[in-house]
Design a protein around this ligand. Structure first.
Ligand SMILES: Cc1ncc(C[n+]2csc(CCOP(=O)(O)OP(=O)(O)O)c2C)c(N)n1
Ligand SMILES: [Mg+2]
Length: 433
């Protein structure tokens, strides 16, 4: 049998391990890495050396440390050169405080029975939303997940419209029909939160394709960029790989932003993923991959700038893995008993808001009183959002079937192509719908 395989030209797979260097299956389990701050040990590393330079690789692999090192060297001549101006620092701080205060208020309102269904909070991950989205123009698009309130806020959707949506009220950004997991705003180009993990990635890829089509085929003046946010658990889904492939093939103006908070509900990223360094999957598809400290808004912002500018210049997609952490359970229904308290404490000590505050003070960008004034202003915004949502009316009954089908009354389109609700039999009650 074996000889007939050989003679028919079937190439046998290469052995995974060199026979003269015996290796047990457990050897790699002993390997640890400082890559992730999790208190768990890295369970697995690739047996084939993945870090060998590949002469055929078209892409560059850049670690964030290199980007920042280069920036530091460049700015060494003038030591006064900071990563942000005073105005930028205040804008970033305000956005992060808004994200945090809004989510804390959501928790209160949820437990008071004001919200329905699952609610997933973003506490701890603010540096990612702020670091990326505050660099965007209004025309740029954002696609989120079910952990979407703060992405919408960073993109400019008013707090009252997001809170009202959470309360299921008619004044919400989706008129109360979406709820927590489905923030959408045409005006602000927030193309949705998605409950099914990975669902948003093809939508984002489609949005990026639209931008490219407008620019290159319709010759419109368009340099829009799309950001696709999703979690570590989502990176083991097929849609992620399919979209990386298409985006790279067509050089789409998109940035894939992985918010690696180390957990997918109760499943540790290190237990579920063959190679936990997600950023390495970028170069495999011919795009740069970055790994950045997602608890530091300034580091995130530096990497985000590079990736967004690359997309705007028409040079194609980038994969950015932000290592971050959620400070609360998976959703407000999760008692959060699975994660190691030491791990939680490790990240709590790296709170992104505290880190930015320190940078602002160390560099004398603003006084304590100025930051306090921002916090007070945001408290008022969030309070007002609750009052507004509470006082708003629920959606009318007539809205129930709107936007479900492609006709204003929700009864669909008949075989002749006309709206079923316009069929005279419809009002007589004899139409089949
Ligand atoms: C297609 C699909 N499969 C399974 C689920 C159930 N599910 C909900 S959240 C989640 C974990 C996602 O983890 P991650 O992508 O890391 O996002 P995080 O919640 O950490 O932000 C899973 C598997 C789902 N929503 N959609
Ligand atoms: Mg996760």
């Amino acid at each position: 049998m074996a000889s007939s395989f050989l003679s028919s030209g079937i190439i046998q797979p290469l052995p995974l391990r060199s026979p003269d260097k015996p290796q047990t299956l457990f050897d790699h389990l002993k390997t640890t890495s400082t890559f992730l701050g999790s208190t768990s040990k890295l369970r697995s590393v690739s047996l084939s050396k993945p870090n060998l330079p590949n002469p055929h690789r078209r892409s560059t692999v850049v670690a964030v440390s290199d980007v920042l090192k280069e920036k530091k060297t460049k700015s060494a001549a003038s030591s006064s050169q900071l990563l942000i101006t005073r105005e930028e620092g205040l804008e970033l701080y305000e956005d992060m405080v808004l994200g945090r205060a809004f989510e804390d208020m959501c928790a209160q309102m949820y437990y008071r029975g004001k919200m329905f269904g699952f609610v997933h909070l973003y506490n701890g991950q603010e540096a990612v939303s702020t670091g990326f989205i505050k660099l965007l123009k209004k025309e740029d698009c954002v696609v989120s997940t079910y952990r979407d309130h703060v992405h919408a806020l960073s993109k400019g959707v008013p707090a009252r419209a997001v809170m009202s949506e959470l309360f299921g009220k008619a004044t919400g950004c989706c008129r109360g029909q979406g709820g927590s997991m489905h923030m959408f705003s045409k005006e602000h180009n927030v193309l949705g939160g998605f409950a099914f993990i990975g669902e948003g990635i093809p939508v984002a890829t489609g949005a990026a394709f639209t931008s490219k089509y407008k620019r290159e085929v319709l010759k419109e003046d368009c340099d829009e960029v799309t950001l696709a946010f999703f979690g570590d658990g989502t990176c083991n889904n097929g849609q992620f790989f399919e979209c990386l492939n298409m985006a790279s093939l067509w050089k789409l103006p998109i940035v894939f932003v992985v918010e690696n908070n180390l957990w997918a509900i109760g499943m540790s990223h290190l237990r579920a993923t063959s190679d936990p360094e997600i950023w390495k999957k970028g170069p495999a598809f011919g795009m740069p991959g970055f790994h950045v400290d997602g608890m530091d808004v300034l580091k995130v912002r530096e990497v985000a700038k590079e990736a967004i500018q690359r997309a705007r210049r028409g040079e194609g997609p980038t994969l950015v893995e932000c290592e971050t952490y959620r400070f609360r359970g998976h959703s407000l229904a999760d008692p959060d008993e699975l994660r190691d308290p030491a791990e939680k404490a490790h990240y709590a000590a790296r709170d992104p808001l505290t880190a930015l505050k320190k940078y602002i003070f160390d560099n004398k960008l603003a006084s304590e009183a100025e930051l306090k004034a921002i916090e007070k202003k945001i408290d008022e915004v969030v309070e007002e959002s609750v009052e507004f949502a509470d006082a708003s009316p629920p959606p009318p009954r007539s809205q129930l079937l709107e936007n479900v089908f492609a006709d204003p009354k929700g009864f669909g389109i008949g075989p002749d192509g006309s709206y079923r609700c316009e069929d005279p039999k419809f009002t007589e009650g004899t139409a089949h719908v």
